[in-house]
Design a binder for this molecule. Structure first.
Ligand SMILES: *Cc1c(COP(=O)(O)O)cnc(C)c1O
Length: 394
């Protein structure tokens, strides 16, 4: 592996050039590969060398470029790219767990992650305990001799709570459990979960890696034994592979990701500071603010507060909707990490599947809005927000 800095890796790592010497990475839009002889087909099915491929569900040169580039960024031994972030989460958890095993997960999870943990895993005989991820004592108390996985998001969606990665890793290690981190909200730029003690890191590439709202994608990173072993076995036979075209979009997304994410986080902290104390707002939640409940932990394990801010409006759902409808630049949608700033009302959209009790337990109130800060001018965004807040009842 090269000793390059992040930006150099993001532009050059993993590149494979064909005999034409193309400057920009090629899209190998092919499902299959031909063999010079029957013997070489047999040999390839027997054993795959580094740059040999059989079928795009197993691997493809453009997909391999994306995998190698993000693995270099994360300093991971290996990566497997998936059709979506959820294919990555599903693949990692099903490859690690079997009937009779136990998983401990933070309860503040992305809706579909919660569905896999709460609804799917128990169907296959996996025991599940959900804990308050911010409480190391709760992780410790939940561990059992058969605990195989500790799973959490940090920062969490949409309340932006942080989980102490090194702390959970130390607890997990005592019973030999693997730590699986969904690192989407912190981005691969700001938080190196593997370095902090995670065994497996997952991304929805749909978010900051694409960063321009085009394609679905995901990736699982970890040690070679796991990625090229049980994970690849599970994903290549169950059809979760990333398409070569989407891999190319993600590969090009990586080239600009450091610049984009840093610009978005710079705007996010500016907006958070300017909005804190606004009289229409009950709270501004941003991990880079001193008022964040885990400011010290965030400072220790994450380089910046990220690209998402949560705002709690004083007037509940009515005020939140009035505010959203009055925004002119910021769009109502449910993606995040995009070049375009996006506002989401989790209680009625991304988290509407949860019961009133679950919502209350997770702190997802009727007045809570998730703001994904884009690449627009920060002054324009602040003016849009302040003017729309005027339209919202207190
Ligand atoms: C979006 C998201 C996912 C799922 O990713 P998809 O690409 O939509 O399948 C998983 N975890 C987190 C934290 C996410 O934000």
């Amino acid at each position: 592996m090269n000793n390059w800095k992040t930006r150099t890796k993001l532009v050059h790592e993993g590149t494979r050039r064909s005999q034409y010497g193309e400057l920009s990475e090629a899209i190998y839009l092919t499902q299959g590969f031909v063999y010079p002889s029957a013997e070489s087909a047999q040999a390839r099915f027997d054993h795959l060398e580094e740059d040999e491929f059989i079928y795009a569900r197993y691997g493809n040169p453009t997909v391999a470029m994306f995998e190698d580039r993000i693995a270099a960024l994360e300093e991971a031994e290996a990566a497997f790219a998936t059709a979506s972030g959820m294919a990555a989460v599903n693949g990692a958890l099903f490859a690690l767990l079997e009937a009779g095993d136990h998983i401990v997960a933070a309860k503040a999870l992305f809706g579909s992650c919660l569905f896999i943990v709460e609804n799917l895993l128990p169907k296959y005989g996996v025991e599940v305990t959900l804990v308050d991820g911010t409480d190391l004592g709760a992780w410790e108390a939940a561990m059992q001799p058969n605990t195989r996985v500790c799973f959490f998001e940090t920062l969490s969606n949409p309340t932006l709570e942080a989980v102490d990665i090194a702390g959970v890793a130390a607890i997990a290690r005592k019973v030999g459990a693997k730590v699986v981190v969904d690192n989407v909200f912190s981005t691969p730029i700001f938080q190196r979960a593997l370095r902090l003690g995670a065994d497996v890191v997952i991304y929805s590439a749909t978010k900051h890696i694409d960063g321009q709202g085009r394609c679905l994608g995901g990736v699982v990173l970890g040690d070679k034994g796991f990625i090229r072993g049980p994970l690849e076995m599970y994903l290549k036979h169950t059809g979760g592979a990333l398409s070569p075209f989407n891999a190319w979009v993600m590969l090009k997304g990586l080239e600009t990701m450091d610049l984009r994410v840093r610009a978005q986080a710079d705007s996010a902290i500016k907006l958070a500071i300017a909005l804190e104390g606004n009289d229409k707002l009950e709270r501004v939640i941003y991990p880079g603010l001193k008022s964040h409940a885990q400011y010290e932990l965030v400072k220790r394990q994450t380089e910046a507060g990220g690209t998402v801010i949560s705002l709690v409006l004083k007037g509940g759902k009515a005020a939140a909707f009035e505010f959203m409808n009055a925004l002119e630049i910021i769009l109502i949608s449910n993606n995040l990490g995009d070049a375009k700033s996006i506002i989401t009302h989790p209680a009625t959209t991304t988290h509407s599947r949860l019961s009133a009790e679950q919502l209350a337990d997770l702190g997802i109130s009727d007045g809570l809005l998730r703001l994904s800060v884009g690449l627009e001018d920060a002054g324009d965004l602040l003016a849009d927000i302040e003017s729309a807040l005027q339209s919202a009842r207190a």
